[in-house]
Design a protein around this ligand. Structure first.
Ligand code: ZN
Length: 471
């Protein structure tokens, strides 16, 4: 618990562990004092992220990185949050838990900032190699122990809830800030734990087995003040809090309409060769096409020609005649297999290309129908595509979607519609993961589990570790 209160605590849910075959569902308890939620069993049941850089033996790991770079790097929501801050004065920027570091790369390319990332996992190594970023496999304590480095902005999204001692985490961040430095964080909020929150976001917010707590807004502010921050702004964004913490007032503007410079970032990245993994540059080019289209910017028709040429060169697939590859696409059984056949973000580009053609008075061709086939198949084989493909799937299902009536389009749509019958709804995501009996959480007084239960967790945890280390 975050405030030390031991009275009037309520069991509000039981959440399936991230490794359900090894751990029982975990209690989620709401604090009677500060309304934060926490997992009393987290200290014994939480599984650490692999802090190794060794990914040998995982044949799909490289596709994981491509997926991250091409689709799920968080720019779409992190950039608007960061650009609401007075970024002109951020000369040095640190991200704690930066993954591959795409947002940091944005701060470097678009803001012109000096950037450092901390990421102990293998993602960090790939960020160093593919984006040529200063990503270090270390923690804030290592920075504090080393050379005297200070930052004007430190940000950390969805990280603090993975840390057993959040006050210490914030103290370390504060020590790394310049005098008028700013810390921005996001973390799941306790207020989102209601039966009205859809299962998918709810499961992400809980992440039982990885998270220690979900603070209430009041408790987050209290923790920040204990760590020495004298100025706090905490606002909700979806299932998370956005906290801006500093030693003096920070001028925060609205985050709406602040995604426009993502297209500028991709324009630069699309011109930057990536010799080690050429699809990285192609992915940036595709994302530039998509983000510029979304903002109704004028697009040079040669851009699509370059994308088509890149897909032929690196994937051997001609988007103008996909027929020889349809069987191969439909035989893939996972997100990563699909990403080995075509770029992860190509469906969105096909959709925008079809729209572009129709807007200029031409036929949208088969591109919209091919996008429909890719999204239908992707959603039917791997729920992980729900976040990225479901919105596009819905756009394509709209009566006004840019879908041609030529023979190839009809053939592609036929195939797509057969597959689409099995596509899950967004609210269906990962069905059995959260155990919330009935329509409302079981609100009843919480009493600490007997020690016996903790012992069982420890034993299981050791078995899980042994399995992972192949002991
Ligand atoms: Zn509390």
């Amino acid at each position: 618990m975050l405030c030390g209160n031991t009275r009037d605590n309520l069991l509000i849910a039981r959440a399936a562990h991230a490794t359900p075959q090894l751990f029982d569902p975990l209690d989620v308890v709401s604090c009677g004092e500060c309304a934060s939620a926490w997992f009393p069993e987290a200290r014994v049941a939480n599984v650490d992220y692999l802090s190794t850089e060794d990914t040998t033996g995982d044949p799909w790991f490289e596709y994981f990185i491509d997926h991250y770079l091409e689709l799920v790097n968080g720019l779409d929501w992190k950039v608007p949050l960061l650009e609401q801050l007075p970024f002109d004065r951020f000369g040095r920027v640190l991200e704690v838990g930066c993954g591959v570091g795409v947002t940091l790369d944005f701060c470097r390319v678009v803001w012109g900032a000096d950037v450092v990332g901390l990421e102990p996992s293998a993602y960090g190594r790939w960020g160093r190699r593919l984006l040529d970023l200063d990503v270090r496999p270390s923690y804030m304590a290592d920075l504090l122990a080393g050379a005297d480095e200070r930052f004007d902005l430190i940000y950390s999204t969805e990280v603090i809830e993975h840390v057993a001692d959040p006050v210490q985490f914030l103290r370390e961040a504060r020590s790394l800030l310049t005098d008028d430095g700013v810390l921005m964080l996001t973390t799941p909020r306790a207020e989102s734990l209601t039966p009205d929150t859809p299962l998918g976001p709810l499961y992400g917010a809980l992440s039982a087995g990885a998270h220690y707590f979900l603070p209430s807004a009041g408790q987050l502010e209290s923790i920040a003040r204990r760590a020495g921050f004298t100025w706090c702004s905490i606002t909700p964004a979806g299932v998370s809090h956005v906290a801006v913490l500093a030693g003096r007032p920070v001028d925060i503007s609205s985050w709406e309409g602040r995604a426009d410079r993502i297209a500028d970032y991709y324009a630069v990245r699309a011109r930057t060769p990536s010799p080690e993994r050429p699809r990285c540059q192609l992915g940036a080019s595709i994302n530039h096409y998509v983000t510029a289209s979304q903002q109704s910017r004028t697009i040079d028709p040669r851009h699509w020609v370059e994308i088509r040429r890149g897909v032929i060169e690196h994937f051997g697939v001609d988007l103008d005649d996909p027929r020889p590859h349809l069987a191969e696409i439909e035989q893939t059984t996972s997100l990563f297999e699909m990403g080995a056949v075509l770029p992860f973000n190509i469906a969105a580009a096909l959709y925008w290309h079809a729209r572009e053609l129709r807007a200029s008075g031409r036929s949208p061709g088969h591109y919209g129908a091919l996008a429909m086939l890719l999204t239908s198949h992707g959603l039917s084989v791997d729920y992980r595509q729900l976040w990225t493909m479901r919105p596009l799937f819905e756009l394509l299902g709209d009566p006004g979607a840019p879908v041609g009536n030529d023979e190839l389009s009809s053939a592609l749509l036929d195939r797509a519609h057969k597959i689409a019958a099995g596509v899950p709804e967004l609210a269906d995501e990962v069905p059995p993961q959260v155990v919330v009996p009935g329509s409302a959480p079981p609100r009843r007084p919480w009493v600490p589990a007997p020690a016996r239960r903790s012992v069982r967790f420890v034993l299981r945890h050791q078995r899980a570790l042994a399995a992972r280390l192949r002991l």
